[in-house]
Design a protein around this ligand. Structure first.
Ligand code: NAP
Length: 296
């Protein structure tokens, strides 16, 4: 396939490398002033890929958008006139809340949302590390997007495990629940994921998950509270040494994805007239921290 990756950061270059080495024609679209960019993943041979080349964008069969949730509109808006009507547009980011905008601006394209638990790190502007293997779930959000199940073979061949979901909402909500539970607490207390199992933090984690579960029920996402709590506890245990992306964003004084994680949860709660005091308080805490950087 002709694939353009918009937002070639850690996750974008992880996929760029694997899709390119598995036979696809990959180009990059980012914010640097370049015509080609050499990227290197781990100690593998560097790849030189076209960068910001309009013909490659116009001929893309698939646009894989790997910017952060709050960067999606800014990244895609200038490109809209050059995206072919048949081009599949796939957003791969943490958090939720970008789908409505995407459907408004590209109603006729096949639209796909994705979530991944692979870990990737940017070591320098061109060197990336695959820090942990994981799963990628994706699925269509409109009629044309729902017909793209063949992408499972494309992505699974390049970087397993990739699973096509007929109901991507369920997978996105499961990931959102984990992010709502782990990210703001680790960012607020500046701790590694595993510390949330300690008695100092775990009761707060439980309260956050209970509230997330109320919203999931109201949204029609089927999952038992005990199952959700166990999933969150499993991630805390299995990623005990990891620093969550929000913890890293806040500690490096960067904007986090709170608006698309807890912010999205609270918006859906309001739609169902639900009050979520624990999540509301955490949202305010993270916003307050972000405001202190803006003032610096
Ligand atoms: N990294 C992980 O391990 C991981 C794991 C699971 C999920 N995720 C999720 O994946 C998403 C991407 O994360 P990441 O770690 O890959 O972030 P990242 O390294 O910051 O990559 C984002 C890339 O998008 C580029 N970008 C921003 N605005 C743009 C614009 N207007 N036009 C074109 N490019 C633009 C950035 O360019 P600049 O370099 O100029 O800023 C950067 O290269 C996030 O939602 C994250 O939560 C990440």
């Amino acid at each position: 396939m002709n694939i353009t990756i918009v937002g070639p950061g850690a996750i974008g270059c992880l996929w760029a490398h694997h899709l390119s080495t598995h036979g696809h024609r990959v180009s990059l679209w980012g914010r640097e002033n370049l015509s080609h960019k050499t990227i290197q993943l781990d100690a593998q041979a560097p790849l030189r890929l076209p960068y910001n080349q309009l013909p490659a964008l116009q001929e893309a069969d698939l646009l894989l958008v790997t910017v952060k949730a709050w960067q999606v509109e800014d990244a895609l808006t200038p490109l809209l006139d050059n995206i072919d009507h048949d081009c599949i547009v796939m957003l791969m980011h943490n958090g939720m809340g970008t789908a409505d905008w995407l459907q408004d601006v590209l109603p006729n394209n096949p639209l796909v949302l994705a979530t991944t638990t692979h870990g990737a790190l940017r070591i320098s502007s061109s060197h990336f590390e695959h820090t942990g293997t994981g799963f990628t779930h994706f699925g269509g959000i409109n009629t044309a997007g729902k017909q793209c199940a063949f992408l499972q073979d494309v992505f699974n061949h390049a970087l397993p495990e990739a699973l096509w979901c007929d109901n991507i909402e369920q997978a996105l909500w499961n990931k959102l629940a984990i992010n709502c539970a782990i990210n703001p607490l680790t960012a607020k207390y500046s701790v590694r994921n595993g510390e949330l199992a300690q008695k100092e933090y775990h009761p707060q984690l439980v309260c956050v998950v209970e509230e997330v579960h109320q919203v999931m029920e109201a949204e029609g996402i089927a999952i038992e509270l005990n199952t959700l709590q166990s999933k969150v506890d499993d991630v805390v245990r299995l990623t005990a040494n990891n620093l969550s992306s929000m913890q890293q964003d806040i500690s490096h004084q960067r904007r986090s994805e709170i608006d698309y994680i807890t912010g999205y949860l609270l918006a859906r709660a309001r739609a169902h007239q639900l009050e979520l005091p624990y999540n509301q308080a955490l949202y305010k805490d993270i916003q307050r921290l972000e405001k202190t950087f803006e003032q610096n």
